[in-house]
Write a protein that binds this ligand. Structure first.
Ligand code: PNW
Length: 476
């Protein structure tokens, strides 16, 4: 009996991962369309060209959500369906915009509350070519602001907006490790750990400023008449010291959280980057101009939290490498005693450890003044799932257990720790294009049969969430 009665729960997806139809009705290419064409970047050589074909199956997806009892759905807009070239001087594609207007109407008609992400990594390719996309401190935020204003105006019935998904991934995976579009490795040629690198911090800074610009437009021009709320979505893994008796490992845990979460959340809630980052990174970390700070500080109406896993964290000895994106720590799945943090999944970075969720909800809440939180993603892949027959895949007890444990940990955080969670989204509604892992990794609570018309089949986990939340929602 832990969660408030008006608590919203449902499932999440992202445009490039499910829509397909990449050339339909005038959509322009995003950096992910180009990235997928680069040989060797995607595990199975695939792309989002077809994916789950959700662009052409909106009625089916709404019916699926309704049948599972979801009260909310988080999805993202494809910027290049709406402005194929992306920029503020470029043409608007009305067909693309109308598609989302209808989709929002359909969701609302089915009693499902839309949570709309403006951009889930699929930056217009043309903007990347034109001025370096996320690397441009002036042009990118202005183009994003323009796109945001256009969709706020077109979708007045949407009450919950998310600006960017996981800017950490765009910055680190996209511009340091090169695993995500646009596949840049900053200055890694100079050193394998990226010493000399500057791009990840520039990209992060520009994403924060662009977020701030969109929020200002929303608050100045739309919120007064329409109401509603807006925030950014941040990912973050829980941490446990490799050796709890070693103060340096305990400190390393804090630093790891600062380098992944506070990098974005500190400027938004506290007005500047964490001191630990400034100390290590020096002037390669950009400085907020007063105008930028005014845009970013205080720019969240709620905290959008994506959470999947936990790590053991060990300090590193010796001088910090100034280009190290992790904050001079070692990230491990086993602790000093050889205990494992959790079982393996299909994702190398993901090991379930539900107590970490409660911990991290508490850490975020204490550091940022107990903000309203929406858990915008939580879920798991299963080791070897893709090798099984469909009937076996549908029996996903591992995923059922994951959701029971994680939702339970969240309920405890609300009940005992004063954490203010108002909504929860399981990742994902259905199996989909899992970025650089292609279709080999399945995160869906519904199985998608890619060989037979992208038909969706609910797995056991899909049907477990409604009774789980029903039992946690307070009556009366
Ligand atoms: C999130 N990592 O991404 C995304 O928001 C989703 O689009 C994605 O499908 C989901 O999690 C599952 O992976 C992440 O390597 C992808 O640490 C990779 C990492 C973290 C988050």
């Amino acid at each position: 009996m832990a969660l408030p009665r008006d608590f919203l729960w449902g499932f999440a997806t992202a445009a490039y991962q499910i829509e397909g139809a990449v050339d339909q009705h005038g959509r322009g290419p995003s950096i992910w369309d180009s990235f997928c064409k680069t040989p060797g970047k995607i595990a199975d050589g695939s792309s989002g060209d077809v994916a789950c074909d959700s662009y052409n199956r909106t009625a089916e997806d709404v019916a699926l959500l309704a049948s599972l009892g979801a009260t909310a759905y988080r999805f993202s807009l494809s910027w290049t369906r709406i402005i194929p070239k992306g920029g503020r001087g470029d043409a608007v594609n009305q067909v693309g915009l109308d598609h989302y207007v209808r989709f929002v109407d359909d969701l609302l008609a089915a009693g499902i509350t839309p949570f709309v992400t403006l951009s889930h990594w699929d930056i217009p390719d043309e903007l990347h070519r034109r001025y370096g996309g996320l690397l441009d401190r002036t042009e990118f935020p202005l183009d994003f602001e323009h796109f945001a204003r256009l969709v706020f105006r077109a979708l007045p019935r949407v009450r919950h907006w998310l600006t960017f998904n996981e800017p950490w991934c765009s910055s680190v995976l996209g511009f340091s490790l090169g695993q995500f579009a646009p596949g840049r490795t900053s200055d890694r040629t100079k050193s394998p750990v990226g010493d000399g690198a500057t791009e990840p911090w520039i990209v992060a800074h520009n994403l924060l400023v662009a977020h701030g610009r969109a929020v200002k437009v929303f608050r100045d021009e739309f919120q007064p008449a329409n109401g509603g709320e807006i925030g950014i979505v941040l990912n973050g893994d829980a941490v446990f010291p490799w050796d709890p008796a070693d103060a340096a490992d305990v400190e390393a845990c804090e630093r790891k959280l600062e380098f992944s979460i506070s990098w974005f959340a500190d400027p938004i809630y506290l007005g500047d980057y964490p001191a630990s980052m400034r100390d290590q990174l020096g002037d390669r970390l950009p400085t907020f101009t007063p105008a930028e700070r005014a845009l970013v500080h205080g720019s969240n109406d709620f905290y959008g939290m994506n959470h999947y896993t936990a790590n053991y964290v060990k300090h590193r000895t010796g001088a910090a490498d100034r280009g190290d994106v992790a904050g001079h720590v070692e990230i491990l799945f086993d602790n000093k005693n050889g205990d494992s943090i959790g079982p393996e999944t299909q994702s190398t970075w993901l090991r379930p450890c539900a107590p970490g969720f409660r911990d991290l909800l508490g850490w975020i809440s204490r550091r940022y003044g107990f903000p309203k939180i929406y858990v915008t993603e939580n879920g798991t892949s299963i080791k070897g799932e893709n090798e099984l027959r469909r009937e076996q895949i549908l029996d996903d007890d591992f995923r059922v257990g994951y959701y029971e444990d994680y939702v339970g940990a969240m309920a405890l955080a609300v009940e005992r720790d004063g954490v203010d969670v108002r909504g929860y989204f399981a990742w994902s509604l259905m199996d989909n294009f899992e970025w650089h892992e292609g279709y080999e990794t399945r995160f869906g609570v519904c199985y998608v049969d890619y060989e037979n018309g992208q038909r969706r089949y609910p797995k056991k986990s899909a049907r477990r969430l409604k009774p789980l939340f029903d039992s946690l929602l307070t009556k009366g």
